[in-house]
Design a protein around this ligand. Structure first.
Ligand code: DGT
Ligand code: CA
Ligand code: CA
Length: 607
């Protein structure tokens, strides 16, 4: 940090703290408590609180600063509320600081290695005296880890891979977390004198699931005012570079922001350039060269006599694309993954939008690990503009979530019938997120599934099976008489858990033959299916369900991230199951319920 930066840092009485920051503090407390073998209920309380915060729509620190009362949050009692307040005001809490002092400083870094939880870290630390990432790498290379109880050779190899990735990787933020930092900054800049546009470009605009840094583009008649407003943003920890129209800063959160101020006539060219991707830009520039045009961030130029140049485009993105003979290409497609050829032959898909979604086919309530009642969830879905909502609780095998057994499921079905009789403008569908057991059987008997509108099947355990066995397990489940949608098909958690190893093409083809849809889970930590598998599903004629997996009323807002990922996967409304009207959805779902085992069904797809 520069001296000026340090001064700025120290002079801040109140640093803006976002929900993600508070959640991170709670997660770290939970990890450190677990490391110290604290009471598991206490550990769980902090983890649940972190999750609740992650899903919360209001900004806690801001609400507190404005003197607004916080809503009653599930699982957050007086003690945690007080800590939330403390973190909102100071960025940390005395408890965390104390816990940190009680472990060696490198230990927290070990906890960040995917696959290493507090239990394993504790073993590594106590049994091998491993306290830092390099020590962990050394221990794995020397083959010392495999001998520990509960580790083995495979685990050692996985740890080595994870630690090497961790040591080399640049930290990337999940899109939804980046949004928490980038959007308030953009709003702050919009108030600068002379500003016309403020756009968050780069991977953020392309809706990539993680972003490396934030690229802000501003058009203004008074660049200096915009620059000063940027420098004065309270969350700026350090200015890394500062010129008259461009700057880079490191925020307190560790996020880097690149800012560019351009005149209005360059807006389109700069927006195109800074949206990227780099590969897409290079391909467009090459198209320009074929036409004797120079395409850069200032505009599109034609070379004249004696080196003179005339500007032929650049004020809008449309003008830039038009100058190279293309229609405007949506940012989510700009990866040089075939979008330029498609645009040239007029074959760009009409991408699905949030407005196209008519319902949601995966949600939980208080009956299991959700926070809302049936009615609250239904009304929240309606308020989010949806016409139907499927309630799909966990099944009994997922005991952490208090999954439903046949009796409780039957009771919920009755409850939904009663609720539907009293609701208007929204229909609640009866579903289940049934666990796929290790052998591919479903966690509930067919007799329990028979009365439902849909069955969502999901893997929640045994992530480490071999590719062959994992694939076989899922294919077998999809052959069950009742199976409508395969939930979060690869099981990955962004930055935390790798996808399990499966042959996705086989699964997609099974889905096609059984009329099953694949889920695109819109939770910001999942976004599973990934974009390339969305494209695969589309090409094979399999429908995708963009599902919130809502656990609280506010979670329907996550659908926008699912839609972003679907757009990156080239999906149109016709490729998305829950863009169907309820009347059109019902027969599609009905065809997935009560089949004879092994019966082939025509594909879902009806173009
Ligand atoms: P990120 O930040 O890693 O998530 O990914 P991006 O795509 O936001 O990349 P970033 O921030 O390095 O640059 C923003 C955009 O600027 C990028 O998408 C395309 C453009 N850009 C950056 N460097 C180059 C370059 O060397 N050539 C071209 N043509 N464009 C570039
Ligand atoms: Ca970027
Ligand atoms: Ca950048």
């Amino acid at each position: 940090m520069t001296e000026a930066g340090a001064k700025r840092f120290a002079s801040h009485v109140r640093m803006p703290v976002h929900n993600a920051d508070i959640a991170r503090v709670f997660e770290e407390i939970a990890d450190l408590l677990e490391l110290q073998e604290a009471n598991p209920f206490r550990v769980r309380a902090y983890r649940n609180a972190a999750r609740t915060l992650g899903d919360l729509r209001i900004d806690v620190a801001q609400a507190l600063a404005e003197g607004k009362p916080l809503p009653k949050l599930p699982g957050i009692g007086e003690d945690l509320s007080a800590k939330m307040r403390e973190i909102a005001e100071t960025g940390t809490t005395a408890l965390l600081e104390r816990l940190r002092r009680e472990v060696p400083p490198g230990i927290t870094g070990l906890l960040l290695v995917p696959g290493l939880g507090p239990k394993r870290v504790k073993h590594l630390w106590h049994d091998l005296d491993v306290q830092t990432l390099p020590q962990l790498q050394r221990a794995a290379l020397d083959g010392r880890i495999r001998g520990l109880a509960g580790f083995g050779e495979k685990t050692e190899a996985a740890i080595l891979q994870a630690v090497e990735r961790q040591l080399t990787k640049k930290k990337r933020l999940k899109l939804a977390v980046a949004a928490q930092y980038a959007e308030p900054l953009a709003a702050h800049l919009r108030k600068a004198k002379g500003v016309r546009d403020v756009v968050i470009a780069g991977s953020y605009r392309r809706m990539k699931e993680t972003v490396g840094d934030i690229d802000l583009l501003v058009t203004s008649s008074d660049p200096e005012s915009a620059m000063q407003r940027f420098e004065g943003y309270p969350e700026v920890r350090e200015m890394l570079a500062r010129g008259p129209t461009r700057a880079s800063a490191l925020l307190v959160s560790g996020l880097q922001v690149d800012l560019r101020v351009v005149p209005a006539e360059s807006f389109g060219a700069a927006l195109h350039y800074f949206t990227g991707s780099k590969a897409h830009n290079i391909a467009v520039r090459r198209l320009g060269q074929e036409r004797g045009l120079k395409v850069n961030e200032y505009g599109v130029f034609k070379a004249g006599r004696k080196g003179a140049e005339t500007r032929v485009a650049g004020d809008t993105e449309e003008s830039v694309f038009a100058s190279v003979g293309l229609p405007w290409i949506p940012p989510e497609l700009r990866e040089d993954a075939g979008e330029i050829e498609a645009a040239r032959r007029g074959g760009l898909p009409a991408l699905v939008t949030l407005d196209d979604l008519r319902g949601d086919l995966h949600a939980h309530t208080k009956a299991t690990d959700g926070h809302g009642t049936l009615k609250e969830m239904a009304l929240a879905a309606k308020a989010a503009g949806l016409q139907y909502l499927a309630i799909t609780e966990h099944s009994r095998r997922v005991s952490m979530a208090h999954g439903l057994d046949p009796q409780r499921l039957a009771r919920q079905v009755d409850e939904i019938d009663r609720l539907n009789a009293s609701l208007e403008g929204i229909t609640v569908l009866k579903g289940i997120e049934v666990d796929i057991l290790e052998d591919g059987a479903l966690d509930l008997p067919a007799s329990s599934l028979a009365g439902l509108d849909l069955v969502v099947g999901a893997v929640h355990s045994k992530f480490n099976l071999t590719r062959a066995r994992q694939t076989e397990r899922i294919l077998k489940a999809m052959d069950a008489p009742y199976f409508s949608i395969l939930a979060h098909p690869t099981g990955r958690l962004i930055g935390a858990r790798e996808p399990y190893d499966v042959d996705m093409l086989k699964i997609v083809r099974k889905a096609r033959s059984r009329g099953i849809a694949l889920e695109l889970n819109a939770h910001p930590e999942r976004l599973d299916l990934i974009d390339t598998y969305c494209r695969m599903a589309k090409e094979e004629g399999v429908l995708v369900a963009i599902s919130s997996d809502a656990h609280a009323a506010g979670d329907f807002a996550n659908l926008r991230y699912g839609v972003g990922q679907a757009r990156r996967g080239w999906l149109s409304a016709s490729d998305v199951l829950n863009c169907r009207r309820l009347a059109d959805l019902r027969p599609i779902l009905a065809a997935t319920m009560d089949r004879k085992v092994g019966t082939l069904r025509p594909a879902l797809r009806s173009r």
